[in-house]
Structures are given as C-alpha cells and as structure tokens.
Design a protein around this ligand. Structure first.
Ligand SMILES: Nc1ncnc2c1ncn2[C@@H]1O[C@H](COP(=O)(O)OP(=O)(O)O)[C@@H](O)[C@H]1O
Ligand SMILES: O=P(O)(O)OC[C@H](O)CO
Length: 497
C-alpha cells in the first residue's frame, strides 16, 4: 500500500492537489487559479478543458515538488464545486459549451416558467431542492435548448452530462468511467434523494435524456483507475468522490447527527449532519445527501450563501481596493466598526433563506465620513451576517441550539472575520489545525475505500482545534447590528433593475 492519499480539490476559483499522510497532515500541495467568464450580467462560466489542464498541472507540481513517486499514492479522492454543469460529446470528449457555474443565473427564466406551472413542490418533494438557477438540471436544459444541434445529439445518445467530479473521473480514466456519487447527484434537481434514482418524471419535465446521466455510486469505493499516460505510468485507484461542502463536513469529522460545519470559500455553506433522517425545511434550507458510505446514505440540512469569499475577490479585482484577500483583515481592523455601513453582496441573487434570484448587491449607510476601511470591513461583516441568517434558519428547522461552530475554507483564515462571526452569532467558533478539510474529506473517503484508514473512529481522533474564537460582544450591540443587516437585506430585495 502507498504511503499517501492524493486529494484533488476542484473549487470554484482554483484547483488544488493535496497529498496527505496517514495522520491527515499535508505532505505536499499545489494550487492553480483558473479563469472565470462573466459573459452577461449574472452569468458565470468556466472552461472545462482549462480545469482539466489545471488538474494535470497541479498533480505534476505536487508530486515533483514533494519528490513523491506516483507509486506511493495509494488512492485518489476527488471533491468539487457542486452543480457546475459540463456537457460533452462522448465520442470526441469535447465539451459542447462552457461549464455553467453554480453561481450563474442564466436559467432564471426557466425556473420562473417551471414555478408558474406549479412544479416547485414536485421538485422539492423529490430532490429536497428549490427551483433556483443554482442547481444543474436547468443548466443542462439551457445547454440543450441553446447550443445548436445539442438536443438532437443528446437524444441520439451522443452527449454526456457531468458535474466536475464526473468530468474529472471520465478524463482521468481515459473515458472509461461515467460516474458520480450521491452527494453530487443530489444537487442536480433530477435525482430522487429518497428512492436513490434518477427521477423519470423530473427528467421528462426538464427534457433531459437519461442516457446523458452518470451512474450514481457511494462516496467511497473504487470507481476506476487512472490511465497510466495521465499518471506517470501508474494506474491509481480513484476511490472517493464528494461535493466539496459534503466533503468538508466529512473532513471536519461531523459524523454524528446534529454536528455542523460552515465553509467560507467562494460562497459559504453551512451543513448539519441529520443522519439517516432527511429533515424538511420550513425556512429555505435544502435537504441533501451528505454521503453514501458502508451501504447507507446520510442526509444533511444545508444553508447556501452564494457570495462570500468572492466578495473579497471583488474588492481585490473589481474595485482594486486591496492587493490580496488576506489584506482585507488589516484594513478591517483599522476601524472600530463599519460605522453603520452595510454591504449586501447579492451579486447573483440571494440563497438561503431568501431564494431571490433577481436581487442584486447594494451598499447602505454611506456618509461623508465613510472610508475604504469601513467599506472593506462591511464587506467582511456581510459574510458573518449572512451566516447568522442561515444559522437562525437551521436552529429553527432542527430544533437544535448550536453551541460551537466548526469552520474552514479560505476566508476562515481571516481572524477578524472569525472573531466577528463568533460575536454576531454568540456562539464559539473553532477552526481545525487543518483548514483544508474539504480536500481532507475526499482523502478520507478514498482512503477508507482502499483500507488506508480503517474506520471513521480513527478519523475522528485526528480532528483537532487549531484556533478557537469566543463571543465577546454585548448582546444588545449584537441585536442592534443584526437589526441593521436585516433592514439592509430587506431594502436590497425591494430594488429590482
Ligand atoms: N484571509 C482571507 N480573508 C478573506 N477572504 C479570504 C482570505 N483568504 C482567502 N479568502 C477568500 O476565500 C476564497 C478562497 O477560498 P477557497 O476555500 O479556496 O474557495 P473555493 O474552494 O471556493 O475556490 C476566495 O474567494 C478569497 O477571496
Ligand atoms: O467553491 P466553493 O468552496 O465556494 O463551493 C461551491 C459549492 O459547492 C457550490 O454549491
């Protein structure tokens, strides 16, 4: 057995290859950002071939910089930005359109039409999801409706659909495996999360031929082996797949019912493990599959925030207020407060609990005294306020009052944000020693499948808190600040272009 597990973490903005040892420690990593395309207002697309090329390059980089022989890799786990949709020709392997990213709003009209036909409850009752452009189903329909000749090709069985996990396994296996796992299938709006099958009625409504869809498998099993020419002469088992948010839940070892994690990446996603029970939300949370493991499926409740770290990237790239995302912390700490400024980053609409595809971003409370520092601070604070909206929904749906929140993801490295998060929630926040829990989850799933780790108990023993934050804010200040946020979101939703 090799000494390491390789996790491929294909996020919204970058790909990472992370090589873990048996203690879950990072032996080596390589990362590469890739291009985002914004062809129209609210649309977000990527080039699936560029993602594939970037994956090959980070694998090579991690192995060569770490001087690791590919033979030492016992298995590969894949975790991915979810919902992002690729449709490609099964004969040539060429995508027929850009990958439509989960954040993209180009299917808002399709969702509206389906809602007008009174179909929301049909989708919700089978998939646990809502009719929002976020999910893959309407994105597939959009590609079939808008790319010349696509529908005919799909009906002839010439096209394949995949989320990014499926695309990468297909490429790594030389086109021999067309698979996904339960956690990714659960995000398509086409998969029945209760009877665990592609739902014929939903496929017909959406006009998606079943022949396009991947086989749905557990999250931990050997799906295929790498073709040797993509892996330096080695055939390595690809043995774990999970959507990045479910993978982070697994990497945080939230194995027990009621355990919660929040990941601050491009977006921000809070998931609660609800065990073998699928909990139905009354407050705009999603019911989803956490993972399939040991012959069982575990479910989760999820709150999805569309814009979190990407608001910080916008400060960097759009407004050019900062040179790097971590620099936001320094600016935020230079002022005592945001001085009444609220920024609502509804750049692609709002997710949980509002589900408003047409909302767009806004800033409130500007005065002549507002400085760049206040603006940056208000942007960071918006991540914490959105998280509070989600936690309120989660506590109300689950009946559980949270005492501690496990956090991870790029923006969780921001100490100012984590302290403010703890303050505004009135809950302790714990960041583990490894903030790379998304990749770790996929590594764990792959390692379990090949016997690299024996069981979940062994994994739970590895988790350690790296830094803890405790609420220091006076309750009346907390309430007053949050009241301001609630008013700002409400006002944002009234204004429509
Ligand atoms: N120290 C920081 N403070 C605030 N935001 C940060 C910081 N470091 C990274 N980010 C943000 O986190 C995101 C990257 O996190 P990551 O977990 O890699 O995201 P993804 O998996 O979605 O690509 C970026 O949007 C970036 O702006
Ligand atoms: O890229 P992230 O880490 O923000 O995750 C994206 C989510 O999977 C979208 O559902």
């Amino acid at each position: 057995m090799g000494k390491y597990i390789l996790a491929l973490d294909e996020g919204t903005t970058s790909v990472r290859a992370m090589i873990f040892d048996e203690m879950g420690q990072v032996k080596q990593m390589a990362q590469k950002e890739f291009k985002q395309y914004f062809p129209k207002s609210g649309w977000v697309e990527q080039d699936a071939n560029e993602i594939w090329g970037s994956i090959l390059s980070v694998i090579a980089d991690a192995l060569s910089t770490g001087e690791i022989d590919p033979k030492e890799i016992a298995a590969i786990g894949i975790t991915n930005q979810r919902e992002t949709t690729v449709v490609w020709d099964r004969h040539t392997g060429h995508p027929i359109y850009h990958a439509i990213v989960w954040q993209s709003r180009q299917t808002a009209d399709i969702c509206r039409q389906l809602k007008d036909q009174g179909l929301e409850e049909t989708f919700k009752s089978k998939t646990g999801l809502l009719l929002d452009p976020y999910f893959s189903g309407t994105k597939i329909k959009w590609i079939l409706d808008n790319v010349t000749g696509a529908r005919e090709k799909a009906e002839r069985g010439d096209l394949l659909f995949g989320t990014i996990d499926t695309w990468l396994v297909w490429k790594l296996s030389g086109g021999s495996a067309h698979v996904t796992d339960y956690s990714n299938a659960a995000r398509t709006l086409l998969y029945n999360i209760y009877d665990l099958s592609w739902d014929q009625e939903l496929l017909e409504i959406m006009g998606v031929p079943k022949s396009m869809l991947p086989e749905v498998c557990p999250s931990s099993q050997v799906y295929a082996k790498t073709v040797s020419y993509h892996f330096f002469g080695e055939e390595i088992p690809i043995a774990g797949i999970a959507g990045d948010q479910q993978s982070a839940l697994f990497g945080q070892t939230c194995f027990e019912q009621g355990m919660v994690k929040n990941t601050y990446g491009t977006g921000c996603f809070m998931l609660m493990n609800t065990g073998e029970q699928a909990v139905h939300s009354k407050t705009g949370l999603l019911t989803t599959i956490a993972w399939g493991l040991n012959g069982k499926v575990s479910y989760a409740l999820e709150g999805s925030i569309f814009v979190a770290g990407s608001a910080i990237q916008w400060l960097r790239d759009g407004l050019r207020m900062i040179k790097s995302s971590p620099e936001s912390e320094e600016y935020a700490k230079r002022v005592e407060s945001a001085d009444g400024v609220y920024l609502v980053p509804a750049f692609v609409g709002l997710g949980t609990p509002y589900w408003d595809a047409d909302a767009r971003g806004a800033v409130f409370g500007l005065t002549r005294g507002t400085t760049k520092e206040h603006f940056i601070r208000a942007t960071l604070e918006s991540l914490a306020y959105q998280t509070k909206d989600v936690l309120n929904a989660m506590e109300s749906d689950s009946g559980i009052t949270l005492k501690k929140l496990r956090v991870d993801g790029g923006a969780s490295m921001n100490d100012f944000l984590m302290q403010f998060q703890s303050d505004i929630l009135g809950v302790s926040v714990g960041r583990p020693t490894s903030s790379e829990t998304t990749a770790l989850g996929a590594a764990y799933l792959a390692g379990l499948a090949v016997g690299f780790w024996s069981d979940q108990k062994q994994l739970a023993e590895i988790w350690q808190v790296g830094k803890a934050y405790h609420a220091e804010m006076a309750p009346e200040v907390r309430s007053q600040l949050y009241r301001g946020w609630t008013k700002a979101v409400g006002a944002t939703r009234v204004f429509k272009n």
